[in-house]
Write a protein that binds this ligand. Structure first.
Ligand code: PGA
Length: 248
């Protein structure tokens, strides 16, 4: 599988930021990176970003509701993301789990909704600082996979994003040795449960990925890409990251 480099703009971006999408598209077309490139802008920009991108890069959402439509003020559905031109959606980001109380079961329902709408689900997992300090990182990731990844997962409909919470937006990244160990553990959990086909599921690393550390992280075994927050907001930084994919 090609690496997937996904940008998560979070709650950043006004219409002027579409210029960055256009720049990224130009850089992808010119540089032919050895990776699939995805930008998940805020929901307000999905439709415009998708029509601007015209398939040169993929566009996705940052969250979706489990239902296709209904009386859920303020929410958007996976079908709406698809209709706006998106092809993927992030579910279970730690900021959703933390600030919106999303549980593993809710994340699993959102992943189902993504598949129902024909979107790739990017299912996020990752331990907190205290869980890590207590030596529970692998156990936490294992139980999040058990609870958040529904039956029916395939390498075509899902990518897993491992984002240690203490590394998100902090400038701290896990060491490559830590990443290698945790990604190997995640791979084992997936293969044990879903069989040999899960060997191809892309496991993205996320948490302060930036131009200066992308090459070493993306070369680690079982790392199938990156979920990039802050450094995806500027086309030049994001370009440096997706150009760092090995084989390019
Ligand atoms: P960061 O965010 O790259 O800014 O640490 C990553 C994420 O939360 O997806």
């Amino acid at each position: 599988m090609r690496h997937l480099i996904a940008g998560n703009w979070k709650m950043n971006g006004l219409t002027a930021s579409l210029a960055e999408v256009e720049k990224v598209c130009g850089l992808v077309t010119a540089g032919k990176p050895n990776a699939d490139v995805l930008i998940c802008p805020p929901a307000t920009l999905i439709a415009q970003a998708a029509s601007l991108a015209r398939g040169r890069i993929a566009i996705g959402g940052q969250d979706c509701h489990k239902e296709a439509s209904g009386a859920f003020t303020g929410d958007i559905s996976a079908e709406m993301i698809r209709d706006a031109g998106g092809s993927a959606v992030i579910v279970g980001h730690s900021e959703r789990r933390q600030y919106h109380g999303e549980t593993d079961a809710m994340v699993a329902e959102k992943a189902h909704a993504a598949w129902r709408a024909g979107l790739t689900a990017i299912i996020c997992i990752g331990e907190s600082d205290s869980e890590r300090e207590a030596g529970r990182a692998h156990e936490v990731c294992g139980s999040q996979i058990a609870g958040s990844v529904p039956e029916g997962m395939t390498s075509a409909n899902t990518a897993i994003a491992y984002e240690p919470i203490w590394a998100i937006g902090t400038g701290k990244t896990a060491t490559t040795a830590d990443i290698a160990q945790t990604h190997a553990h995640i791979r084992k959990c997936l293969v044990d449960r879903f069989g040999a086909g899960a060997a191809d599921v892309r496991i993205l690393y996320g948490g302060s990925v930036k131009p200066s550390n992308a090459a070493e992280i993306l070369a680690v075994a079982n790392v199938g890409g990156a979920l990039v927050g802050g450094a995806s907001l500027k086309a030049s930084d994001f370009h440096a990251i997706f150009s760092a994919v090995p084989g390019h």
